[in-house]
Design a protein around this ligand. Structure first.
Ligand code: IVH
Length: 714
């Protein structure tokens, strides 16, 4: 094949003819690839043809054909960009974080070059916050564009870079080396970024977090016509491979770039000595808020290129340049209101509604206020002017209040006492496991609060609770959104509604069999052991083992409910009875009281009781040989699951521990038992096998879940 004509040199006629040929060839190659499995060309050539098609279309969009390969959906293979090995590696810069470090940079340069007191000239350029790109010009014609990649190998994004209007396809003027690899930054301006995100939002698509991500995402589009719609921009500031030198200083090089039609930052300046470095930083920091694009620092470069040459590189960065980073950007705005957001588990987070302001190139309208204590500590009031800070991708933070700007009528924020859900349930302070209050406020509406309902339902059907097969999180959410399941009892009513089952049968992925299976799985759980039932209620701090303790302590569903109602009413005797149960403390007592004070929860339980048979749980035996003993299981068990073994031990009044100590009475060891077995031997503790355990406890295989205490087998 003859060397193709560079895309910028194509006439319209040539482009039209080539697009027609490419459409025909690519269609044939696709056919061969799919049907005959006898590809006529290599993957690389196929991709090259496809890219060339994109490049030509990007230059002559009106010539794009109806049957263009770029319009075909479903690439025939994972179309990645072709790798490009950079002629000279694309390195990164060392950072300086303070004036002192900038002064030290100057001292280091002078020491290295043995310049004594001679003053060194530098350029100070804005550090553009985009992504670096390499543009290879041969005889002044852009022949290849690439991303940085890992610095050694990047991606060939020629077609995409050709759509960037600021990148010349042909260098202007004269005097460019025959071969020059121009390096610079592809970026997106603030206004363009906002417009892009607004359009994405309107179209229901995902928005970008910041201009840099947007630029990167836009440049790495498989289809160059998508990139063409993104108003990407470019600044040139460096070079890689060269066939000949073209300047004696960095400042001169930037000037030549400008003459060749390459965009160069107008803020770049030539400065002298350490004082110049500091002054340039201060000047750029002052200019920064007014710039229409993101910069994250200043890049200092030794101006003389012969000195750059002598200074060379240390590992991955040049000795002749350094980046002085700006601190996180801040902005002031007005706090218009404070709203409450309810998380899936009822945790309530106050969120600031702000007069929109740009911080670090991103428009910020909301910021988290974390919790009530944080608001009180910073004395944040509605109407206040606040200082916002945003660093990189980090969510904006309110740093402080500008007290001088506080309106006379601003009042301290009174944290709402009720949940913003339609029930206006009272908010409670969250308590930790040890009963201490935390800063988190929580809606106690539980199932009744719509924000929390889905999450509760998910817990309700989870494996260790009702464990309803065929009702996973995805199905549950779908049923919730369609209004089929709003409360736990709805699950059990579902099977009795023929019209619902009929509707289900018609759904995608829901045949006759799966509906029948779902109904069977639901029916199987109408009989449920009390411990599982308690666990499924989702009372805070009541995990699986606490649920079992409660079930054993009260024995029957009715007794449990009555006791809890009395605890909720503050009945001292009932509280003492609960407190007396093993491992039940203040956190569980107050969580249970809050739960059973909530009328919606009581309704929900009553509703469920009408649908279910709650099976009693026997209290732990005090007369067995294992009563009061501590057992450790180690190694793999072959007949029983760990859960079953544990449940049996507990039913016999034993405690199950995770590690062997002097308090251990018995170790049950299966194959693969290691250090615990050794410790047991050292401490002289009795060790038995699983078979011996089974014969000693009278346990055989697991009891079905709905017929006794303890979690079901796996
Ligand atoms: S010069 C040998 N100049 O900063 C390094 N880089 O960590 C040559 N950058 O990857 C880079 N503005 O993406 C240079 N005016 C500027 C820059 C700049 C932004 C980026 C570039 C590079 C990174 C260095």
């Amino acid at each position: 094949m003859a060397e193709p004509i560079p895309v910028p040199d194509l006439t319209e006629e040539e482009a039209r003819a080539e697009l027609a040929a490419l459409a025909e060839n690519l269609a044939r190659w696709d056919r061969l690839y799919f049907q005959d499995e006898t590809p006529e060309i290599s993957d690389g050539d196929y991709d090259a043809a496809k890219r060339r098609n994109g490049q030509i279309e990007a230059r002559f969009p009106h010539l794009a054909r109806e049957d263009s390969p770029s319009r075909k959906v479903g690439a025939r293979r994972a179309e990645a960009f072709a790798p490009v090995t950079h002629g000279a590696p694309m390195l990164s810069l060392d950072n300086a974080f303070s004036d002192d470090e900038a002064v030290e940079f100057d001292a280091r340069v002078r020491r290295f070059l043995r310049l004594g007191d001679e003053v060194v000239a530098y350029t100070a350029e804005p550090k553009i916050d985009g992504l670096s790109a390499s543009l290879l010009y041969r005889d002044g014609v852009l022949v290849r564009g690439a991303t940085r990649g890992d610095g050694r190998v990047g991606e060939d994004v020629t077609a995409n870079l050709m759509t960037v209007s600021e990148i010349p396809h042909r260098l202007a003027g004269s005097g460019w080396p025959e071969l020059i690899e121009v390096r610079g930054e592809v970026y997106l301006g603030h206004a363009e970024f906002r417009a892009l995100n607004a359009a994405a939002e309107a179209a229901g698509q995902k928005t970008y977090a910041n201009p840099r991500n947007a630029a990167s995402g836009s440049l790495r589009q498989i289809d160059p016509s998508v990139t063409a719609q993104r108003p990407l921009r470019f600044f040139a500031y460096a070079w890689g491979e060269l066939s000949a030198a073209f300047a004696a200083t960095q400042a001169e090089a930037l000037e030549r770039y400008r003459q060749w039609g390459l965009p160069v930052t107008p803020q770049a300046r030539r400065i002298e000595g350490a004082q110049g470095l500091l002054a340039a930083y201060a000047a750029l920091e002052a200019e920064r808020p007014g710039l229409p694009f993101d910069i994250d620092g200043v890049v200092y470069k030794v101006d003389r290129l012969d000195w750059q040459q002598r200074l060379g590189f240390v590992s991955r960065s040049p000795r002749w340049a350094v980046a002085r980073k700006f601190p996180a950007e801040r902005a002031r705005t007005v706090l218009e209101g404070i709203e409450l957001q309810v998380g899936r588990t009822g945790a309530v987070t106050p969120v600031a509604r702000l007069t929109p302001v740009t911080v670090g190139g991103v428009v910020v309208e909301r910021a988290t206020l974390h919790n009530a204590d944080e608001i009180a500590r910073k004395d944040i009031r509605v109407g206040d002017t606040v200082v916002l800070q945003r660093a990189g991708d980090v969510i904006p933070q309110i740093v402080e209040v500008v007290i001088d700007a506080r309106p006379a009528d601003a009042v301290p924020f009174a944290f709402p006492q009720t949940c913003p859900c339609d029930l206006a349930t009272p908010l409670a302070r969250e308590t930790t496991g040890s009963g201490a209050e935390t800063v988190v406020r929580r809606c106690t509406g539980e199932f009744a609060c719509p924000f929390q309902r889905v999450e509760h339902l998910r817990h309700f059907v989870s494996r260790r609770a009702f464990d309803i097969e065929g009702l996973g999180e995805k199905q549950l959410r779908a049923f919730f959104e369609e209004g089929l399941i709003q409360a736990p009892a709805d699950i059990f009513r579902l099977a009795r509604k023929p019209e619902v089952l009929e509707a289900l049968r018609g759904r995608e992925g829901y045949g006759e069999t799966s509906v029948a299976n779902l109904v069977a799985a639901i029916e199987a759980r109408r009989r449920i052991a009390l411990d599982r039932f308690i666990f499924a209620l989702g009372i805070r701090h009541v995990g699986e083992s606490t649920a079992l303790t409660l079930a054993r302590g009260y024995g029957e569903g009715a007794a449990f409910r009555e006791a809890m109602n009395r605890v909720a009413a503050g009945d001292a005797e009932a509280v003492a009875e609960l407190d007396a149960l093993d491992q039940i403390g203040e956190a569980v007592i107050s969580a249970a009281a809050a739960y059973f004070r909530e009328p919606h929860n009581l309704g929900l339980i009553a509703d469920l009781e009408a649908e279910l048979v709650i099976l009693p749980v026997a209290p732990p035996r005090s007369d067995s040989a294992l009563s009061g003993k501590t057992v450790v299981f180690t190694g793999s068990l072959e007949t029983l699951t760990r859960d079953e073994a544990k449940a049996q031990a507990e039913a016999l009044g034993a405690k199950v521990a995770g590690s062997v100590s002097r308090k251990t009475d018995l170790v049950v060891a299966g194959p693969g038992a290691g250090s615990k077995l050794k410790q047991a031997a050292e401490l002289g503790i009795e060790v038995i096998s699983e078979a011996q355990w089974i014969s000693r406890t009278g346990a055989t295989a697991a009891e079905p879940a709905d017929q006794g205490a303890g979690p079901a087998g796996e």
